[in-house]
Design a protein. Structure first.
Length: 252
């Protein structure tokens, strides 16, 4: 697949997806959303891929949405654009394989929302996060108002959204937004090491872990536990037999 706003690189069974608008500070356009959506819809064409790493470049992840595009929209068009971004990010969240955000430099606005839609975030020490839309007299449009409070809690989310505050990688880590901090400019390298660790594990088991955890944020506790039991039973009957037997054999 050839794209204008995205570069892809396959490293073994890990797909690196790079935002490619360096002249626009990787501002996320509707063209980018179309291409990212197409990529996620066709990921089954790459059955050997076990993990995706989404990144920008060494200096910036993404500065946010394309403001020039926003200025050209009326109310109906802006509402539709927001729905498109939300759906694109939901596609990322619902992929059957893990998606890691590797953030160097700024991840603001829609860029931060994209990272939040990934399964977890690896950030370099020089990374900066924020949803500064309030300073432009708008609000986040890619699901940020919904995902952020589920991670930080409602009061911290209100503080970040109402002030437009930018936070460092260390601050983001303390808020559970970032899972690991890498050396400056080394977020991709760190993310790849983690991706390789995950890729070495049973693909179906990783898929079930992602699905049942996503369920936990969307459904009552009882429904999540029911799904957990069903997946446990399925895995014990299938991949689990091999893994459990292997463990016993090694113990003996």
């Amino acid at each position: 697949m050839n794209f204008e706003t995205i570069k892809t690189e396959l490293k073994g069974n890990i797909l690196i997806v790079q935002i490619n608008r360096p002249d626009k500070m990787n501002a996320l356009s509707m063209k980018f959303m179309d291409e990212l959506s197409l990529l996620t819809k066709n990921i089954e064409l790459l059955p050997d891929v076990k993990v995706i790493v989404i990144t920008g470049n060494d200096k910036i992840f993404a500065a946010g949405g394309d403001i020039n595009e926003m200025l050209s929209m009326n109310e109906t068009e802006a509402t539709a654009a927001s729905a498109k971004v939300q759906k694109t990010y939901q596609n990322i969240e619902e992929l059957p394989i893990p998606v890691i955000a590797a953030v160097n430099g700024y991840a603001l606005g829609g860029g931060f929302e994209l990272a939040l839609a990934c399964d977890f975030i690896i950030a370099s020490q020089d990374a900066v996060f924020g949803l500064p839309e309030v300073d432009l007299s708008v609000i986040p449009a890619g699901g940020g108002t919904q995902r952020l409070p589920k991670i930080t809690g409602i009061h911290t989310a209100k503080f970040l959204l109402m002030t437009g505050a930018k936070i460092t990688a260390e601050e983001a880590c303390k808020l559970n937004l970032v899972q690991k901090i890498a050396a400056p400019g080394k977020a991709v390298e760190e993310a790849l090491a983690i991706a390789q660790n995950i890729a070495a594990k049973p693909k179906e088991t990783i898929k079930k872990i992602k699905q049942v955890l996503n369920k936990s944020t969307q459904s009552p506790f009882e429904e999540g536990c029911k799904l957990e039991s069903e997946y446990f039973g399925f895995l014990v009957e299938n991949e689990g037999k091999k893994g459990l037997k292997s463990f016993l054999d090694k113990k003996k």
